[in-house]
Structures are given as structure tokens and as C-alpha cells.
Design a protein around this ligand. Structure first.
Ligand code: URA
Length: 234
């Protein structure tokens, strides 16, 4: 692929802007200056640098963000900042979107990608991917609430009760809940229907992929093949 197309596909602006970046001597590969936008460059295992910042070439971007509270999963947020404020602008430019949404006040594991099939597969109601949340509850948890969550609670607008795959108390006010669906405010509504109230919500896991303990709040990382495998294996 020529260097202009490489930068273009990776979100570095219009073709004209990418040509200018290259011609202005701002692009290096393995430390060597590459100033010809038409030069053919093999993309396999390619790392290139723009203004000294190194990027891997990826046909598709698969990302994980440790979402903080106070960010909306939208490029055009209504009342808060956008999660895209936490990512380099190249990702929005190449069409990266959230794989399902977390509420602005929910924290934890958020996936993002520009691979439409991947986004569809992981947001489709038909694909039942387990998602593990930890909810801090206003009132102490009890067996009746846990039982109701496991057996199923009726949510407004839903034709039949929705059951958690697993519901257990980690402490008096910390509920671990695994659900298969991704309905609007699902965990908050389920907990309310079971007679309690969510004060804070954190997503720990999707499929077999857990939020890495070492990833700081607000930080992101690329997903590699192993991560994608874990995601599907859950
Ligand atoms: N359930 C909710 O209520 N909110 C989220 O952000 C995710 C799941």
C-alpha cells in the first residue's frame, strides 16, 4: 500500500493532508524519514511514526477503554464530555464507534472498533454475550433481591421477565451481576425492580475479557488476537 493510503486508512486526515504530512518530513518508519507519499510500503507488522509518535498499522481498530464516570458513549454528547475526548483523534476520524453503550456515570470496560461486523456481532440482541457488572447498592443486599434477579424481573416495556445469569453479593452493598442482554439502563432497572437502587456501576468483564487491573481510569489500549479470542470465548 502506498504511504499516503496507509496514513489515510489510519485516520490521519484527508488524502491531501496525509500527502502533506509525508512531504513535510513528519513521517518515519523504523527511525528513517519517508517523504514520498507514493512509496509502496508493506503493511504487515508495520509501525510508523508521525511527529515522533509510533502507530501500528491495523486494518481495523479494536480498542478497550477504562471508562471513567462523566463521559458519554457518543461522538455528540448532550451533557458531558465524550469518551472520544479520551482517545487520539485518529480513531474517530477512521470511524471507530462504541461497541454498545455505558451510561455516563458507569465506569469500566468499554470496547470500541471501526469493524462494523464486530460492532454488530457484539451488540446484536441475538448474540448473548455475558457481561459482568459490579453495582454499589444504596440498601443492603438480601437473599430475596438476589433470588429475584436470578429468577427474572419484569422491566417496563419488556414482554417477559429478564433474569441475570448470575447474581451474588460481594459485600453488603456490592452486587456482582452477569447479564446477557444490553438493554437501556438494564442493570439499574433490574436492581430497582428487585427492590434496591444502584448508586455506582462498573463493568468488569465482557465474554472472557476482563478489564486489565493495570489499565488506569481514562486510559485505553489496543486489543490483540488473544484479547479478541478471550472476548469470544466467554
Ligand atoms: N446497565 C445500566 O444500567 N447501565 C449501564 O451503563 C450498563 C448496564
Amino acid at each position: 500500500m502506498n504511504l499516503e493510503s496507509i496514513l489515510f486508512t489510519q485516520g490521519f486526515g484527508s488524502r491531501r493532508q496525509c500527502r502533506a504530512l509525508i512531504a513535510d518530513g513528519r513521517v518515519t518508519i523504523d527511525g528513517a524519514l519517508h517523504a514520498d507519499p507514493d512509496a509502496e510500503v508493506p503493511t504487515e507488522a508495520l509501525n510508523f511514526a508521525v511527529d515522533g509518535i509510533t502507530w501500528p498499522y491495523r486494518e481495523h481498530a479494536y480498542l478497550l477503554l477504562n471508562k471513567p464516570a462523566g463521559y458519554e458513549c457518543s461522538r455528540e454528547p448532550q451533557h458531558h464530555l465524550s469518551v472520544f475526548n479520551l482517545l487520539p483523534p485518529q480513531f474517530a476520524a477512521r470511524g471507530v464507534q462504541c461497541v454498545g453503550r455505558l451510561d455516563q456515570d458507569t465506569t469500566g470496560l468499554l470496547l470500541l472498533s471501526d469493524d462494523g461486523k464486530f460492532v454488530h456481532a457484539f451488540t446484536s440482541p441475538k448474540r448473548k454475550v455475558p457481561k459482568v457488572y459490579v453495582a454499589t447498592t444504596r440498601h443492603p443486599l438480601d437473599d430475596a433481591q438476589l433470588g429475584a434477579l436470578r429468577e427474572g424481573v419484569l422491566l417496563h416495556g419488556e414482554p417477559k421477565p429478564i433474569a441475570a445469569v448470575a447474581a451474588q453479593a460481594r459485600s453488603e452493598h456490592a452486587l456482582e451481576l452477569t447479564v446477557l442482554e444490553g438493554k437501556y439502563h438494564q442493570v439499574k432497572r433490574m436492581v430497582a425492580a428487585a427492590g434496591n437502587r444502584v448508586e455506582a456501576l462498573h463493568r468488569e468483564r465482557i465474554g472472557g475479557l476482563s478489564l486489565p487491573a493495570t489499565l488506569a481510569e481514562g486510559a485505553w489500549q489496543w486489543l490483540d488476537e488473544t484479547d479478541l479470542g478471550s472476548l469470544r470465548s466467554g
